[in-house]
Design a protein around this ligand. Structure first.
Ligand SMILES: Nc1ncnc2c1ncn2[C@@H]1O[C@H](COP(=O)(O)OP(=O)(O)OP(=O)(O)O)[C@@H](O)[C@H]1O
Ligand SMILES: [Mg+2]
Length: 332
């Protein structure tokens, strides 16, 4: 049972029907109905003082929100062979939003039809990675899995991509950074960077440049020490210019100068990220990262060579590798 104040707080703070009742989903109708009844019981005009105008207003608002929730249909997106019903929004990206569905997949929807070409570029990159990892299966877990796409859409419609969900247990490297404002212990960043380097070196074997290696695009599974390099909509083949750039991203000099990007561009970005994530006193790892972020692209080492270079450094610093549990602080 709610008190009057608790019920008021719930209703007044809800910015929308889903805020109050959770994601639209026919299977959750009963749950929403129960919450509605419990709140209505406390706020009903018969139960509060005649002059309690705040409660009267909240009661009317509660009824309105419940009506809205009951009548909202989850958005349906159709592809050539399937229908996806979006439920709640999972994340907001740089060009698209990622939604959960009432099924097992997530759907990434362009925020603006003008951004559709970027989603097309990502389909191309993910398909190339799928073909590549068919032969190199151990690399598959490092990349998102494309399940389905909108294909070409009508003018004014937004393209979308259906992906395998990376939801349970995953956070982004941006979440990790927020959780550790003083930076990470080098031993924790070590496993993340080793795996990130593998993802990057793998893509480079097919001449694919990610072009946006930033904290939001690196998904981390702290418990399983998993890393997935996501956000491939800026990807191009080495030697091409980026299709677009983002104001939110710090790029290496060649991008600012409008030159084509190369695999060295990714090497720069991955190690800028490393400098951003590592604690300030991680002197040796930071020195390694600076070696990889030199202004001249041809001075930066290749990702493939960095795999062993980085392992040598870790060996030197920490000796034999052991599993070091990692978790975000509770509440982060
Ligand atoms: N397969 C997935 N499952 C769950 N969450 C995902 C998945 N892919 C991405 N996300 C989350 O959604 C956010 C946005 O996705 P993504 O980075 O792919 O889109 P974007 O930033 O709009 O485009 P891009 O990074 O390709 O330019 C990510 O930062 C991540 O938190
Ligand atoms: Mg992104």
């Amino acid at each position: 049972m709610f008190t009057r104040d608790e019920a008021l707080d719930r209703v007044e703070r809800a910015g929308s029907a889903t805020d109050l009742f959770g994601p639209f989903d026919p299977a959750r109708r009963k749950e929403a109905q129960q919450l509605y009844r419990r709140l209505a019981a406390v706020l009903h005009p018969d139960r509060v003082d005649a002059g309690d105008t705040r409660a009267h207003a909240a009661s009317a608002e509660l009824t309105r929100l419940h009506h809205e929730w009951q009548h909202a249909e989850p958005v349906e997106l159709h592809t050539a062979g399937a229908v996806y019903r979006l439920t709640d929004r999972h994340a907001v990206g740089s060009v698209a939003n990622v939604y959960r569905t009432d099924g097992p997949r997530v759907v990434k929807v362009a925020r603006d039809p003008a951004l559709n070409p970027l989603l097309h570029a990502e389909w191309d990159a993910l398909r190339r990675l799928t073909r590549f990892t068919a032969q190199h299966r151990w690399l598959r877990p490092f990349y998102p899995h494309l399940v389905d796409t909108s294909g070409d859409v009508s003018r004014g419609d937004r393209a979308f991509t259906v992906l395998e969900p990376l939801v349970d247990g995953f956070v982004t490297l941006a979440d990790v950074r927020r959780a550790f404002p003083d930076g990470l212990d080098g031993r924790d960043y070590a496993w993340m960077h080793r795996r990130l380097l593998r993802a990057i070196a793998g893509a480079h074997r097919i001449r694919l440049v990610h072009g946006a290696i930033v904290a939001d695009n690196v998904l981390v599974h702290p418990q399983k020490h998993g890393i997935v390099l996501a956000g491939w909509s800026f990807a191009v083949t080495a030697g091409e210019r980026l299709l677009a750039t983002s104001k939110a991203i710090t790029y290496p000099p060649e991008v600012h100068d409008g030159h084509p990007v190369t695999t060295a561009t990714d090497v720069h970005m991955a190690h800028t990220l490393m400098l951003d994530l590592l604690a300030h006193d991680e002197t040796r790892q930071r020195r390694f990262a600076r070696w990889c972020t030199q202004d001249a692209p041809d001075r930066r080492p290749d990702a493939v060579d960095l795999l062993s270079e980085y392992d040598d450094l870790l060996d030197d610093l920490y000796g034999e590798r052991t599993f070091r549990p990692f978790a975000l602080p509770t509440g982060a």
